[in-house]
Design a protein around this ligand. Structure first.
Ligand code: NAP
Ligand code: MG
Length: 477
């Protein structure tokens, strides 16, 4: 019999109200594991445990917190190959991508181990004689983390590590599709010596435990990554409860290719940005905005490279593009493929593979306009629209003509155009001659417009969300 992977609440592994079968999108016969699904009562128990444990964790020396986070980071790095394999099975990205993601989670814990001892305040002179003013940062208390399926270990890591570093207690609600990586992360935190109750894992449906976490009066803040509709509901819930909220959501990220670009760099950026990780990245390049002079040569080369991508079993070392995460997501992708064709695009690729599992070939929508739904709505699959433009000004205008603003990119050999794009792009992250996806962990991550709300994630700035500011005045007499 397959062993049940349980929720972790108040230092104990506990069964849920139901059980979910975690199956590989590459192979429905591959049962990754059985995972407990919590109900509302267990969410309440997790919040209560976190509330009870938080003061001692906040009062612990920063070195103690740093030691636990560093140990956790080291354990993740030691096991990155095994975690990567599990991740590839449960989510479907290629082994190389999955191992890279696992290693990134380890690096993030090690980075935030350092942040434990770097959390600084400010001491200033008062405008009143004899008075001293101090500005310090304190943990929020209990924070709720709600994460998506597409980076099932990196996103929980980049939320949990700064939350714990700042002295908060955590309740993590991972995506229902990908509980295995969150479960492994929890085991590692336990092994690293995190005190009971400081970190709690509550698996289950977003509409049940996620919603209850947002509504719980003892939760001081919610950090969410996921889709726009769910994010909007969470923001409203947090406003009603006067909670701090941080949302990272979708994108419709533009990659501009100018006539003066290096063709090879531009094709590689587009191929990576649009199709790697099966296009299931919030920073994926889903709009390729190409100047007329380079357009045909770029499209020919990109389409040939697209057609040569090896789509297949993520556990096969030769595979570059794994399956789409679920039947539902694949059906959505194929609807957009049909819609793009109906709207007059010449579609290359975008077919379901005739084999078990949820595989599709990467798709290009040629001759697209920025007004088409397929160019405006986030697809979250390996599909990119190619939009032809006359010059730099039109390229920038089209790039910015979107409800989103997560990342953007430009391929150009011109310092003038690169600089103008960096200044004029309405995105939170701008790339020059690099894919729109792929970031460093020690600098801020986040977007503008409909893509993000609240403080940035990652890097030292991540500590802003997980802390509140206190200003103290003292008159020494
Ligand atoms: P999702 O459907 O919005 O789900 C995200 C999380 O929210 C899941 O854990 C989900 O639980 C939970 N949830 C659902 N309904 C909820 C509710 N009413 N209250 C509280 N929580 C609830 O997103 P997804 O399909 O997992 O991920 C894809 C989306 O994530 C894309 O739009 C993508 O752009 C975005 N994303 C953004 C970033 C970024 O940093 N900007 C990074 C990665 C992904 P269930 O799993 O049980 O539904
Ligand atoms: Mg979803």
């Amino acid at each position: 019999m397959t062993e049940l992977n349980k929720n972790y609440i108040g230092g104990a592994w506990v069964e849920g109200e139901a059980v979910s079968e975690n199956r590989s999108p590459a192979n429905p016969d591959d049962l990754v594991g059985l995972y407990a699904k919590a109900g509302r009562d267990q969410l309440d128990a997790a919040v209560a445990a976190a509330k009870a444990a938080q003061p001692a964790w906040a009062a612990a020396s920063p070195q103690q917190r740093a030691d636990v986070l560093a140990r956790a980071g080291g354990l993740i790095l030691e096991r990155a190959q095994d975690i990567g394999r599990l991740l590839a099975r449960e989510e479907g990205k290629s082994l190389a991508e999955a191992e890279g993601e696992a290693a990134r989670a380890g690096q993030i814990f090690q980075f935030f181990a350092g942040e434990c001892v770097r959390l600084a305040g400010l001491k200033v002179a008062s405008i009143r004689p004899g008075v001293e003013v101090e500005v310090t940062r304190e943990p929020l208390g209990v924070v709720g983390l709600i994460t998506p399926w597409n980076f099932p270990i990196a996103i929980p890591a980049w939320k949990a590590a700064p939350a714990l570093a700042a002295g908060n207690a955590v309740v993590l609600k991972p995506a229902d599709l990908t509980p295995a990586c969150a479960h492994v992360l929890t085991q590692i935190l336990v092994e690293a010596g995190l005190p009971e109750g400081v970190f709690n894992l509550v698996m289950g449906a977003g509409s049940v435990v996620g919603q209850a976490l947002v509504e719980h009066r003892d939760v001081a803040g919610i950090s969410f990554t996921g889709s726009v509709p769910v994010g909007r509901g969470i923001a409203a819930g947090c406003a009603a409860g006067m909670k701090k909220v941080q949302l990272e959501m979708g994108g419709k990220n533009p990659l501009v290719v100018l006539d003066d670009a290096d063709l090879e760099i531009a094709v590689n950026c587009a191929l990576n940005g649009a199709f790697f990780s099966t296009g299931q990245r919030c920073t994926a390049s889903s709009r390729l905005i190409v100047q007329a002079g380079i357009h045909d040569a770029f499209v020919d080369k990109l389409d040939a490279a697209r057609a040569a991508l090896r789509v297949g079993d993520p556990l096969d070392e030769a595979t570059q593009i794994g399956p789409v995460v679920s039947e539902q997501q694949l059906a959505g992708n194929l609807e957009y493929v049909a819609l793009a064709a109906q709207d007059g695009c010449e579609v290359r690729g975008g077919e379901r593979l005739n084999r078990p599992g949820t595989f599709q070939t990467p798709a290009l929508f040629l001759g697209a306009s920025n007004a088409m739904r397929s160019a405006r709505e986030e697809i979250f699959g390996p599909c990119a629209s190619v939009i032809k433009v006359a010059d730099f000004d039109q390229a920038l205008a089209v790039a910015n003509d979107t409800d989103f603003g997560l990342s953007s990119g430009i391929c150009t050999g011109s310092l003038k155009h690169a600089t103008a794009f960096k200044r004029g792009s309405q995105a939170g992250m701008v790339m020059v001659n690099l894919p729109t996806a792929g970031v460093d962990y020690h600098v801020p991550f986040g977007g503008r417009k409909g893509s993000s709300l609240g403080n940035r994630e990652q890097g030292a700035m991540a500590m802003e969300f997980y802390t509140g500011v206190k200003t103290s005045y003292l008159f020494a007499g």
